[in-house]
Design a protein around this ligand. Structure first.
Ligand SMILES: Cc1cc2nc3c(=O)[nH]c(=O)nc-3n(C[C@H](O)[C@H](O)[C@H](O)COP(=O)(O)OP(=O)(O)OC[C@H]3O[C@@H](n4cnc5c(N)ncnc54)[C@H](O)[C@@H]3O)c2cc1C
Length: 453
């Protein structure tokens, strides 16, 4: 696509904001990214699992080979109960490989953001601005105006809010809806928290090899352990006494108290590694609330749109957060490209008031395509966390005896595969289909050729 006067301001340079930067750059759309932190590469936060639908589009962006170098494939998930009794194994990741030609991979947030950041074209680097905390957004006749806490301001055509679960952009959208007495009003606190999560990363030692996966299930608390190349991540899910819509910040003392309550539980069989052992050797840790929910309205007036955690939040049990966030980026940028190509001949492009209707159409089409899969993903993640934490005897029974059956897992994986196959790819990029399994993707990219495995 040739140059237009359309400019996107991405607020937030986390994994989803950086994915936006790649997509916009590949689409030839002018953009800047405003990030409040001092660096785009973050050495903090839990490790993440990448699944085939996102690995596929990361491949389209030319990033998959680099990401493979710093991530490990995951195979069978071994499970046990609080006393170390075996609960059978889960073959989800094996079925992913069968259906889509790739095992999910575990990667640290540091390595993910590093690859995303460092692989951006050199000429786009000046467009990535750290130390820019956005503090105001106003809409203008021709677009948007953004102010940061350091007093700087930026003009653009639209804003993409990729600023996470506690999104300022979402807050600002709500205020605009109130000011304009619009029915498109989001809830002030759209996410409900039922669980908190203590995550910790520690070196890949203790006899753990990259790719090893263990889960411990039981009343009120479940754990997941994924061993990566250099670090292992442990996530502990603890059910709260009462669900809450309120934000909560935890201290180191809260982390230690949780380890005090549950530190004796095994992470691997034979008590070789307990929660307390893992916490003691941790390089990093954090205690966070696991908000869940899908925001009702994802855009405002053809000027502001949300993506990633700003629009939806899942428990991490199924590794759905970033994986859905990057698919948001695909769907959104595909729609924008379509409208920009249609408007390209017009001198004002889409930036001016005359093009607002087209941008609104793009935003609505994006939201319509993403809502159903995201609601389903949120439900599935919540169910997975509930099953693992045995809130009642029915779920305990299902988790212990039904889910351990590989025939049940295969049936559910099949259902999931038909949803995964509908995930979009970038439709403006010429690329090879990198992931090929037994289930064909419904929306293949424009193909140069299909790789033979
Ligand atoms: C324990 C745990 C395990 C997880 N495991 C997985 C997994 O296995 N797979 C998976 O896909 N997902 C996983 N997730 C979820 C995943 O981390 C998130 O979905 C993902 O980080 C969302 O990316 P994002 O860019 O939308 O938001 P964020 O990662 O929250 O990034 C938002 C960015 O915006 C910046 N920002 C915020 N406000 C402003 C402002 N006013 N101005 C400028 N910048 C601002 C922030 O500094 C940040 O860099 C996990 C989450 C947790 C907590």
């Amino acid at each position: 696509m040739g140059p237009t006067n359309f400019r996107v301001i991405v607020v937030g340079g986390g994994p989803v904001g950086l994915s936006c930067a790649h997509a916009l750059s590949q689409a030839g759309i002018d953009f800047i990214v405003l990030e409040q932190r001092s660096s785009f590469v973050i050495d903090a936060g839990s490790n993440l699992i990448l699944v085939p639908m996102s690995m596929r589009v990361l491949g389209q962006l030319g990033l998959l080979e680099e990401l493979k170098k710093v991530s490990s494939p995951l195979g069978i998930i071994n499970r046990m109960d609080h006393s170390g009794g075996r609960l059978g194994s889960m073959k989800w990741f094996l079925y992913d490989n069968e259906y889509f030609g790739a095992y999910p991979r575990v990667i640290s947030r540091h390595d993910l953001t590093k690859v995303l950041y460092q692989s951006l074209p050199t000429d786009t680097m000046p467009n990535l601005l750290p130390n820019k905390k956005v503090s105001d957004i106003s809409t203008t006749t021709n677009g948007v105006s953004i102010t940061c806490t350091d007093g700087t301001s930026y003009e653009g055509s639209v804003v993409i809010g990729a600023d996470g679960a506690h999104s300022f952009v979402r807050e600002r959208m709500r205020q605009l809806a109130i000011d304009n007495e619009s029915p498109l009003l989001n809830e002030e606190k759209p996410f409900l928290t039922t669980y908190r999560c203590l995550w910790t990363r520690f070196p890949t030692t203790n006899g753990l090899t990259p790719g090893t996966t263990w889960e411990t299930h039981g009343e009120k608390l479940a754990t997941q352990l994924f061993a990566g190349v250099d670090t292992v991540v442990m996530c502990i899910y603890e059910r709260l006494d009462e669900p809450t819509y309120d934000r909560c910040r935890y201290s180191k003392a809260d982390e230690e108290a949780l380890v005090g309550r549950w530190g004796h539980l095994p992470l691997t069989p034979g008590q070789t590694l307990t929660i307390r052992d893992a916490y003691k050797s941790s390089i990093q840790s954090g205690l966070v609330n696991l908000e869940e929910g899908v925001v009702k309205h994802w855009s405002w007036d053809g000027r502001i749109v949300l993506a990633g955690d700003a629009a939806h939040k899942f428990t991490p049990s199924t590794g759905a957060g970033f994986n859905n966030g990057i698919i948001d980026v695909v769907a959104l940028v595909n729609e924008l490209v379509k409208e920009l190509q249609a408007a390209h001949a017009e001198p004002l492009g889409l930036a001016a008031e005359s093009g607002k209707a087209q941008v609104m159409a793009a935003f609505k089409a994006y939201e319509a395509s993403r809502k159903e899969p995201v609601i389903e993903g949120c439900r599935a993640a919540g169910n997975a966390t509930a099953l693992a934490t045995w809130p009642n005897w029915i779920l305990k029974f299902i988790d212990r005896y039904i889910f351990s059956m590989h025939v049940v897992q295969k049936f559910l994986s099949n259902q999931q595969a038909s949803r995964t196959a509908r995930a979009p790819a970038f439709d403006f990029l010429d690329s090879e289909e990198e992931l090929v399994g037994t289930v064909p993707w419904i929306m293949p990219p424009k193909r140069k050729s299909v790789k033979s495995e």
